[in-house]
Design a protein around this ligand. Structure first.
Ligand code: FAD
Ligand code: MLT
Ligand code: ZN
Length: 457
């Protein structure tokens, strides 16, 4: 096929593969639930090469699926089954272009692994605030395209809030660069925000200028046992009162979920003598000693908000607690593919959601196992449900949960995006005006629907 030869010539021998064995990992989403097919994986080495590849595909009317680390939760980065869509990997676009410590910013290519971005900032005593379980393999371009969240949103906001400037390639190959490192810039529309969170359907992100923070200093980590999810919400308010904005992470995990993790990784354990119904794992930046955290937690215990608590004595203990949290997705996969509901709610309605959710599940699928955990500091709950083998109830359970979320003023997708697997919910839970405007934007930027078709809208 002429197009494939054209693409191979643009990127050179290091920039493509059609070997079925190598393609396999790129056409399968990480949980193995969705498989697609492609004639070619292309990995351009520069923005110019991406622009030329996209132009060639546009001329031939062939679709492109941008792919970062392929750790996404909604199968947005894998091609469909037609065998015609080209997968465009950003993996070779992995340079840290510069770190400007004085400006608290850095310019990176889209294919940089998130952990490498964090490390490059730390080398100059700066802090890049995005952190998630997949940070060793996801790419900053994927993080921006999904507007990823993770554990630090409570203090620093989502991926969207970490961006000062962006470069993207449009569906006709045009390069749009707003790679400025400014905190204030009101000259016209804020174009970078169009590409952030649009999951590769409006353009391919090739580089970004990221916002950095001062290093937060010593972090104190605690695992706190609580009675109900409502106590987590009240504990958050209490700690905010005591410690202001020092809370870096505030994660809720049910006892069932930690049991799943320790079952999967036997060297891990919950550091209490007996189990409690719920736990909060939290990080606070309160200087060199954990005394302020200790005092704040004692006051919370006096107020009846805390059943028990351990404060990590050193970084190894803290890392062990966080390993339990970051192993949840992997442990969940090992027990089968649960239905994933990545919902957000006003924090004040979380408890009501969990109570009513229990009743719903009891009615619809009494044998279902609830895998509830999440970034409760920012109102995001992973309300995943493992149904009994062979159950045909999946769609009914998901719809009932999302209807409840919608009734309580929440969103059916807090941080994982829409991708392919949640597309049908978008038109259900977004208003007609919102959907129409999304369609207008998609048509204006990608009139021939070649950028990640079949995803999001
Ligand atoms: P991919 O999966 O490759 O792609 C995701 C989407 O972005 C696709 O639609 C793809 O087409 C598009 N895309 C990728 N790169 C580009 C680009 N350069 N330009 C345009 N479009 C592009 N997510 C969270 O938000 N919070 C979490 O806490 C979290 N924890 C996780 C824990 C684990 C163990 C795992 C496996 C995943 C987790 N995720 C989490 C989901 C996932 O890591 C994030 O969605 C991440 O941002 C995806 O990055 P990626 O590079 O893997 O993107
Ligand atoms: C996480 O926070 O671990 C992931 O975003 C959630 C998931 O695996 O559902
Ligand atoms: Zn998450």
């Amino acid at each position: 096929m002429l197009l494939l030869e054209q693409i191979k010539n643009i990127v050179g021998p290091k920039g493509w593969t059609a070997d079925p064995a190598e393609l396999e990992a790129h056409v399968t989403e990480w949980r193995g639930v969705v498989h697609g097919s492609t004639p070619l994986l292309v990995s351009p080495g520069s923005t110019r090469e991406i622009s030329l590849v996209v132009r060639a595909c546009a001329d031939a009317g062939v679709a492109i699926v941008p792919q970062g680390g392929n750790t996404g939760m909604c199968a947005g980065a894998v091609p469909d089954e037609s065998g015609t869509q080209i997968v465009l990997s950003l993996a070779r676009m992995n340079k840290i272009r510069n770190v400007d410590a004085a400006n608290f910013s850095m310019e990176v290519e889209a294919g940089c692994i998130l952990q490498n971005v964090q490390n490059a900032a730390a080398e100059v005593n700066r802090y890049f605030a995005l952190s998630l379980g997949a940070e060793g393999s996801c790419q900053i371009g994927g993080n921006l395209s999904t507007n990823a969240g993770g554990i630090n949103v409570v203090r620093y906001g989502t991926a969207r809030a970490q961006v000062l400037g962006l470069e993207a390639v449009l569906a006709d190959g045009t390069v749009v660069s707003s790679l400025r490192s400014l905190r204030k810039d009101t000259a016209g529309y804020d174009l970078k925000q169009l590409f952030i969170g649009s999951e590769g359907t409006l353009g391919i992100i090739t580089a970004a200028v990221l916002k950095l923070y001062p290093a937060p200093g010593t972090i104190s980590t605690a695992l706190v046992a609580i009675e109900t999810s409502g106590h987590a919400v009240r504990l958050l308010a209490h700690l905010r009162g005591e410690l202001a904005d020092a809370i870096e992470a505030f994660e809720l995990v049910s006892d069932f979920v930690f049991g799943m993790v320790t079952g999967h990784i036997p060297e891990l354990s919950v550091p209490f003598e007996h189990p409690y119904p719920w736990y909060v794992l939290l990080d606070v930046a309160v200087g060199g000693s954990s005394d302020r955290l200790d005092i704040a937690l004692s006051k919370a215990a006096d107020a009846g908000l805390v059943l028990d608590a351990v404060i990590a004595k050193n970084s190894a203990e803290a890392a062990r607690l966080w390993r339990m949290r970051h192993s949840i997705a992997e442990a969940e996969r090992s027990v089968g593919n649960a239905l994933k509901h990545d919902v957000s709610l006003p924090i004040s309605r979380l408890e009501e959601f969990l109570v009513r959710g229990d009743i719903l599940l009891g009615e619809l699928s009494p044998e279902a196992k609830l895998i509830a955990f999440g970034h409760v500091g920012d109102g995001n709950l992973h309300y995943n449900v493992a149904l009994p083998d062979g159950s045909k109830n999946g769609e009914a359970v998901s719809s009932a949960i999302y209807d409840l979320v919608d009734e309580l003023g929440g969103s059916f997708s807090a941080e994982h995006g829409v991708g392919r697997t949640k597309r049908h919910y978008l038109s259900k839970y977004r208003g007609d005006g919102e959907i129409e405007l999304m369609r207008i934007l998609k048509k204006a930027l990608d009139p021939n629907n070649i950028l990640n078709p079949g995803k999001v809208i």
